[in-house]
Each structure stands twice: as structure tokens, then as C-alpha cells.
Ligand binder design. Structure first.
Ligand SMILES: C[S@@+](CC[C@H](N)C(=O)[O-])C[C@H]1O[C@@H](n2cnc3c(N)ncnc32)[C@H](O)[C@@H]1O
Length: 242
């Protein structure tokens, strides 16, 4: 896999600590920035991911790297018994917990501190496991994916959303301009964290290619991994079973 991309290049702490620090710093503005900078398309992507896990009628759902819980909220529409969201950023979780209370979803959606690379759940616990725009931030991708597989039931469904670099004209060119020039500028302006929105395109570029990621999923123990390009290739949906 490529060079390790971290949010704060000069920082000597682990990628995990830096990622948690970065999301802690932008937590209060994350939801606004997310929808604003993606022009609202992220909402549609989460719906598409949830449509995939709906196929197994999941009762127990785990949302990894849940952040402020938007994917967990979308998944809660499937009438599950429980949705658990885990994240390593306490500030993101706090924003999420407030949101769950406001929406009266705090009983259904449990927002817990937890590291994807060392999950506290028993083997074969969840009917579906989701991760929205989080996997690329893992310090150890292999370990994170293996843990996600371990806690998923046989016959369960995995759905992972990730931003991607489009390869076709003119989206490739537009992506280059937007993600590498405009977005870091807007992100810096609104988030007050200089690193957050330069880390975004860098981490997307360093993420394994479609085929390499499919292989990572197989290596982690998932079966029938599939890829779907969303919105001209600016996002990717990976699904798999176990
Ligand atoms: C871009 S946010 C995505 C939040 C949410 N899933 C969404 O769709 O908006 C990525 C999240 O991944 C979390 N994260 C990164 N590494 C993690 C890990 N090893 N375990 C759990 N969460 C992690 C970060 O703290 C951050 O909240």
C-alpha cells in the first residue's frame, strides 16, 4: 500500500491520534461542511449504501467510524432492533449524541467510543456492518477490515462508502480543481483547521485502487466483494457478504 498519509505531517503521534484530533477539531462544523462542500450529494450516497444492507433485513447494525451518526440514522429507517455507532473522536460522538436526542433516536442508536481495529463485540454479532467515509482513515486497514468481518454474522451484509478520484473527462479535471484547490480553501476558511481539507484529497489519492481494495476485502474474510461507482466516480460503494 502507498505512503502513510496523516492529517498533521509534522506531528509525531500515530495516524489514529492525529485523525481523532482532526475530527475533534472540526466536529462542531462537520455536518454543515459535509453537506455544503459535497453539495448535498453525500446524503444520497448514504441512502444508496443503506439500500444495499436492506437486502438482508438487518436487525443488528454496526456503523463503523460513525462520526456524527448520519449513516447510522439512515440505517435506523430499516426498522432494526439496534444500531450501534462507534468512533474514536469523542467530539464527533458528542455532536451525534445530541442529534440522536433531538430526533428521539437515542434509544435505538447507541453512539459508543470504539476503535474499528479493536472492536469490543463478540464474533458474529451484526446482520449488517456499514462504514461511511471512514475506512481510509484507519491506521491499519487490514486489521480494521478483519475486525468488521469478525463481528458480522455469516450471511450478513457489508457496505462501505469512500470518496474516490474519477477517471473520466471532465469529472477528473473538475475533481482536481474542486478537491485540490477549492475545497482546501473553503475548508480552511470554515473549519479553522488548516489540515483537514488538504488531508482529504491526499488520503483519497493514497487509498487502494478499486481492485486492490476488493482484494483487501477478500483478505479480511469477506465474500462476493463488489464495487459500484457513484456520481461519475467521485464516490465508491463497496459491498460484500460473509
Ligand atoms: C469523515 S468522518 C465520517 C463520519 C460518518 N460516517 C459520515 O458518514 O459522515 C470519518 C470518521 O472516522 C472516524 N475514525 C477514523 N479512524 C477510526 C477508527 N480506527 N475507528 C473508529 N472510527 C474511526 C473519525 O474519527 C471520523 O469521525
Amino acid at each position: 500500500m502507498g505512503t502513510k498519509i496523516t492529517p498533521y505531517n509534522k506531528d509525531k503521534t500515530s495516524k489514529k491520534e492525529q485523525v481523532a484530533k482532526m475530527f475533534d477539531a472540526i466536529a462542531s462544523r462537520y455536518d454543515f461542511l459535509n453537506h455544503f462542500l459535497s453539495l448535498g450529494i453525500d446524503i444520497v450516497w448514504r441512502k444508496i449504501a443503506v439500500r444495499e444492507i436492506a437486502k438482508v433485513n438487518p436487525k443488528m447494525i454496526l456503523d463503523i467510524a460513525t462520526g456524527t451518526g448520519d449513516l447510522a440514522i439512515e440505517a435506523s429507517r430499516l426498522n432494526p432492533t439496534q444500531v450501534i455507532g462507534v468512533d474514536i473522536s469523542n467530539n464527533m460522538l458528542d455532536v451525534g449524541r445530541e442529534k440522536m436526542k433531538r430526533k428521539s433516536l437515542d434509544k435505538l442508536i447507541d453512539m459508543q467510543y470504539g476503535d474499528s481495529e479493536d472492536l469490543s463485540f463478540e464474533d458474529n454479532t451484526f446482520d449488517a456492518v456499514t462504514a461511511g467515509f471512514g475506512v481510509r482513515n484507519f491506521e491499519n486497514l487490514d486489521k480494521g477490515l478483519s475486525e468488521m468481518c469478525r463481528v458480522m454474522k455469516v450471511g450478513g451484509k457489508l457496505a462501505i462508502l469512500e470518496p474516490a478520484e474519477p477517471t473520466i473527462f471532465p469529472f477528473k479535471q473538475f475533481y482536481g480543481l474542486y478537491f485540490k484547490v477549492i475545497l482546501p480553501l473553503l475548508g480552511k476558511l470554515f473549519s479553522k483547521d488548516n489540515s483537514a481539507y488538504t488531508y482529504l484529497p491526499e488520503s483519497v489519492a493514497a487509498f487502494p485502487s478499486r481492485n486492490a481494495f476488493i482484494k483487501e476485502l477478500e483478505k479480511a474474510g469477506f465474500k462476493e466483494p463488489k464495487f459500484k461507482a457513484l456520481t461519475f466516480g467521485i464516490a465508491a460503494l463497496y459491498t460484500a457478504t460473509k
